[in-house]
Design a binder for this molecule. Structure first.
Ligand SMILES: [Cu+2]
Length: 185
């Protein structure tokens, strides 16, 4: 009787352990997702077209932006009209130094997998399952990854503060200076 109860309770604790492990694995995955895709609360949130108070045109060249710096108002919703006027693939990504660093690692992986070439984006390959249910698709609302001559629009609502940067995380571009300060006033 005593032995049987011990077995039962250890089976119960294994189940509990499994539940706890599973729970923490999920929490970890969610946490790392936040890190790689930006702390949404700090960098702002996707904006509504009806709330746009200003349009800012951004041109991407090899390897710099025009304008070089951007300043926005607290809580403002901005429509960014982005054009890639360069000869290489570039990105306009709203984030912090930390989120850009994390994103650069993802982009490095895209280059290693042949998804990203210097002057070409293989969008079909981006949809491939990486074996973990994830893909390399880039449709984050805070960024636009563009091949030469492509254009995109980003509606973004800024928070009240934050130390933000807009940057290109294509390998080597950020370090070459393809980033700018995004000041909230
Ligand atoms: Cu670039």
């Amino acid at each position: 009787m005593k032995i049987k109860r011990t077995i039962l309770s250890s089976a119960a604790s294994i189940t509990l352990l499994a539940a706890l492990t599973f729970g923490s694995a999920v929490a970890f995955a969610a946490g790392s997702h936040d890190e790689s895709h930006g702390h949404k609360s700090a960098i702002g949130a996707p904006g509504e077209a009806s709330e746009v108070s200003r349009t800012i045109e951004v041109k991407m060249f090899d390897n710099y932006y025009e304008p070089e710096e951007i300043s926005v108002k607290k809580g403002e919703t901005v429509l960014f009209k982005i054009t890639n006027a360069g000869e290489f693939v570039h990105e306009f990504n709203i984030g912090t130094a930390e989120t850009h660093a994390a994103h650069q690692e993802e982009m490095m992986m895209m280059v290693e997998h042949g998804v990203l070439e210097a002057d070409k984006i293989n969008r079909e390959m981006m949809k491939m399952d990486m074996g973990n249910g994830k893909t390399m698709e880039h449709n984050d609302p805070n960024s636009a990854l563009l091949a030469p001559k492509e254009a995109a629009e980003i509606f973004w609502k800024f928070a009240d503060d934050g130390e933000l940067e807009f940057a290109c995380n294509v390998p080597g571009h950020y370090d070459a200076g393809m980033m700018g300060e995004l000041t909230i006033q």
